[in-house]
Design a protein around this ligand. Sequence first.
Ligand code: TYC
Length: 113
Amino acid sequence: MIHRPLQMSDKTDGPDGDASILTKTRSKTQRPPLYKVFLLNDDYTPMEFVVHVLERFFGLNHAQAFEIMLTVHKKGLAVVGVFSFEVAETKVAQVMDFARRHQHPLQCTMEKE
Ligand code: TYC
C-alpha cells in the first residue's frame, strides 16, 4: 500500500474545527423560563364571556374554549396557556383590561413554571 503525508483536508471534524468547543457550547444553552397563565373562577362573570376571552386572547376554538371554561367553573382555576414572560404578561394584561372594561370580576394570573 502506498502512503502519502496526512493533509488537513483528511480531518473528520466539522468545518469550524474543534468538536469539543461545539459540545461545550451546546451544554451551556439554556431555554428561557416559561410561565403558566391561569384563569380563576368567580360567581359573576358570564360563562359566554369567558369562552369569548379564551377564543380571542388564547386562540382556542369554541369547543376548546368551552371545555376550559367549564374546568375553571368546576375546579376553581385552570392553566389556559404556557408562554415566555413577556407574552404571558401581555395576555394577563389584555384579559384583565377586557374584563374590567366589561365590568366583570374575571381574574387572570401568571406563575413561573
Ligand atoms: N362561575 C361563572 C358562572 O357560573 C363562570 C365562570 C367560568 C367565571 C370561568 C369565571 O374564569 C371563569 N357564571
